[in-house]
Design a binder for this molecule. Structure first.
Ligand code: ATP
Ligand code: MG
Length: 139
């Protein structure tokens, strides 16, 4: 069990003006911000990030969406970060997300679901390294 996870605020939440409320929620839930940046993924970089889903029918749609506008990427720290953060964001499909979760509040569909959260400690490290150098992190 590790104390770090990686997240992105996705283009839909950025466009809909929810980024501030979502970052505020991370902080209020006790996550410490270790690294944070706004950027825009090229289709190539979005495809690389979600390469694990390459064979899924929604891959093309996912890559197009994730490269459609700016995102905010962050590394967050809290005890049992990966599992605790996945509970905070809620189910992939907002229709199935629990009341009060970030996806229930801000996501619009299974594809445009406001936030990403790493699904394992191993992927949290890989994904954090995808976006951030050592210099860009608070140690
Ligand atoms: P994320 O990895 O973004 O945190 P997740 O782990 O809840 O989400 P995954 O199964 O890893 O869900 O899917 C990655 C992303 O692909 C989803 O967040 C969503 O944006 C998109 N996606 C998943 N399933 C579908 C679907 N059936 N139709 C369209 N897009 C989907
Ligand atoms: Mg996932």
């Amino acid at each position: 069990m590790s104390n770090r996870t990686f997240t992105m605020i996705k283009p839909d939440a950025m466009k809909n003006g929810h980024a501030g409320a979502i970052i505020d929620r991370f902080i209020k839930e006790g996550f410490k911000i270790v690294a944070l940046k706004m950027t825009k993924l090229s289709p190539e970089k979005a495809g690389e990030f979600y390469a694990i889903h390459k064979e899924r029918p929604f891959y093309g749609e996912l890559v197009e969406f994730m490269s459609s506008g700016p995102i905010i990427a962050a590394i967050l720290e809290k005890a049992n970060a990966v599992a605790t953060f996945r509970t905070l964001i809620g189910a992939t499909n907002p229709a199935q997300a629990a009341e009060g979760t970030i996806r229930k509040l801000y996501a619009t569909s299974v594809g445009e679901n406001a936030v990403h959260g790493s699904d394992s400690d191993e992927n949290a490290i890989i994904e954090g390294n995808f976006f951030f150098s050592g210099l860009e992190r608070v140690l």
